[in-house]
Design a protein around this ligand. Structure first.
Ligand code: ADP
Ligand code: ADP
Ligand code: MG
Length: 240
C-alpha cells in the first residue's frame, strides 16, 4: 500500500471513490495484469510510447476493471490512449454486431484525431472504427464497425430521424472526451443530447467514461449523480 501511495504521489495522481485499482506503471505490467493483446503491446512500442503517462497509469486499470470514471488531466497528457487501450482490450476482435463502443468529442477535428490514434494503436488487431464525417444513412454500414467516433450534434441528428439512421443497441462503452467543453457549450444542450444518446445505448450494462483537461464542477456533479460507483482520477492539483 505504501508503494502504491508513493506511485500516486510521484505521478500526482489523486483518486476519489471506492477501491481505486492499483496503478500500472509500465505497459508490460498492464499486459501481465490484464492480458492485454500482445499485438497492441507491439503497436505501442512501434509508435514509441515507452511508458504510460500519469493518467494512463491510473485510468487504464480502472477501465480494464470496467469502472465508470471521470478523468481529468492536462492537454497533451495522453488521454486518448488512456481510453482507447481499455476499449480495444474489451472489444477484443471484430464482431459483426454493430457499434460496441461510442466516443463523443466536441468537434469533428478532435473526433478525427481520436479515430487516427485508434488506427495506430489497433493496427493488426482487426477491430474496425468509423468516424462520421457526414450524416449519411448508416443502415448499410450497420454491422461493419466496432467503434464509432462522432460529435454529439451529428449523432443526435441521426438518432432523431424516423426511423433512426443509426443503431446503438450494442454499445458497451460510451466515452465523452473533452467533457468540460461539451458541458459548457450551450449548458443544458449537451445534457439533453447525452440523455438521448444514452437512451439509444439500450443494452443492459453500458459503461461510461468522461475525460477532460480541466476540472469542471458541473461535470463532477453530473457524474456523481449519473455514473455507477464513479471513480474520479485527477492529475496534478484538483482545483487547478
Ligand atoms: P490529450 O488528449 O491528453 O490532450 P493526447 O491523447 O492527444 O493528449 O496525446 C498527446 C500526445 O502524446 C500525442 O501525440 C500522443 O501520441 C502522445 N502520447 C500518448 N501517450 C503517450 C505515451 N505513453 N508516451 C509517449 N507519448 C504519448
Ligand atoms: P434506475 O431507475 O435503476 O436508476 P435509470 O434509468 O434512472 O434507472 O438509470 C440507470 C443508470 O443510468 C444509472 O446509473 C443512472 O444514473 C444512469 N442514467 C440515467 N439517465 C441517464 C442519462 N440521461 N445519461 C446518462 N446516464 C443516465
Ligand atoms: Mg484529448
Amino acid at each position: 500500500q505504501e508503494k502504491i501511495n508513493h506511485i500516486r504521489n510521484k505521478n500526482r495522481i489523486h483518486c476519489f471513490g471506492q477501491d481505486p485499482p492499483n496503478p500500472c506503471t509500465s505497459f508490460e505490467q498492464l499486459a501481465a495484469t490484464y492480458g492485454l493483446n500482445p499485438q497492441i503491446i507491439k503497436n505501442i512500442a512501434s509508435i514509441g510510447y515507452t511508458q504510460p503517462t500519469p493518467i494512463q497509469i491510473q485510468a487504464i486499470p480502472a477501465m480494464m476493471d470496467r469502472r465508470e470514471i471521470l478523468a481529468c488531466a492536462p492537454t497533451g497528457s495522453g488521454k486518448t490512449a488512456a481510453f482507447l487501450l481499455p476499449i480495444m482490450h474489451h472489444l477484443k476482435e471484430h464482431k459483426k454486431k454493430g457499434y460496441r463502443a461510442l466516443i463523443l468529442a466536441p468537434t469533428r477535428e478532435l473526433a478525427k484525431q481520436i479515430y487516427r490514434e485508434f488506427l495506430r494503436l489497433s493496427e493488426g488487431v482487426g477491430l474496425k472504427a468509423h468516424y462520421i464525417s457526414k450524416s449519411t444513412t448508416e443502415k448499410r454500414l450497420e454491422k461493419k464497425y466496432d467503434v464509432l467516433v462522432s460529435t454529439p450534434n451529428r449523432l443526435v441528428y441521426m438518432l432523431q430521424e424516423d426511423p433512426p439512421l443509426i443503431n446503438l443497441s450494442q454499445v458497451e462503452w460510451l466515452v465523452i472526451d473533452e467533457s468540460d467543453k461539451l458541458f459548457e457549450d450551450g449548458k443544458t444542450g449537451f445534457r439533453d443530447q447525452l440523455a438521448k444518446v444514452y437512451q439509444a445505448c439500450n443494452s443492459n450494462n453500458v459503461k461510461r467514461a468522461m475525460f477532460s483537461a480541466t476540472f469542471a464542477v458541473e461535470v463532477e456533479e453530473w457524474c456523481k449523480l449519473n455514473l455507477d460507483n464513479v471513480l474520479q482520477v485527477y492529475i496534478g492539483a484538483k482545483n487547478s
